[in-house]
Design a protein around this ligand. Sequence first.
Ligand code: OOG
Ligand code: MG
Length: 259
Amino acid sequence: MSTTRNTIVTFAETVDTAAATAREIPQITDTHPLTVDEAYAVQSLSVQRRLARGERLVGYKMGLTSRAKMQQVGVSEVIWGRLTDAMRVEEGGAVSFARYVHPRVEPEIAFLMKGPLSGAVSNAEALAAVDAVAPALEIIDSRYRDFKFALPDVIADNSSSSGFVVGEWRKPDFDVGNIGIVLEADGRPVQVGSSAAILGHPIRSLVAAARLIARSGEGIKPGQIILAGGATAAHHLAPGMAVRGVFAGMGRVAFTVED
Ligand code: OOG
Ligand code: MG
């Protein structure tokens, strides 16, 4: 079954509406096979709908860059998604549980870019394009029933992008390759890991971002934020929960969940 342009447009509307209304949907691939390129086309059109409503593209997120994440969702390909200003949650702020289907949180490293980055680049070139690094938390929320999906489904659903919180930016004059991370829920450690879990070093995730995003005809631009991917498995959010990420030598980042 080949996928027509009209079908791509329809799927883009389906995933966008599911995200906007916090309603779960069946997996697209239950009824219609999609190639990876078609899935990225659905993602692109669904995010264009957000931009048409006034949201702004502020960067990209990498996904499934650690084994813990791949194992948790049963998909083992590195993926990426788009971040808009509406997804940003203020550090120390609150999110409303009702806005999501079944949200989870995971600790990540964020890069703030000062140079453009596109195509095949080395680790050193990627690092030279970084203005600052920060501890971050990503809120992911698959729109698919039971948080279950195949690779094309999750890509079409903007790689589960829902929200992100960024802590204090620091100049990248230290190595982010092995930062100890504790994810806490209500003061209790729920995940413990290291930034080394992200492809061996988070800078490799930025290199992969430059390469993969270029395949869709886009490039990373100065001022954009890139999330490197979860360093640990994600933890389920619940109403009333206080979430905090503690990153050794980098600082903390926190938010709370309201009803
Ligand atoms: C897919 C998104 C993965 C990460 O950091 O690995 C991701 C998902 O787990 O729903 O954001
Ligand atoms: Mg993530």
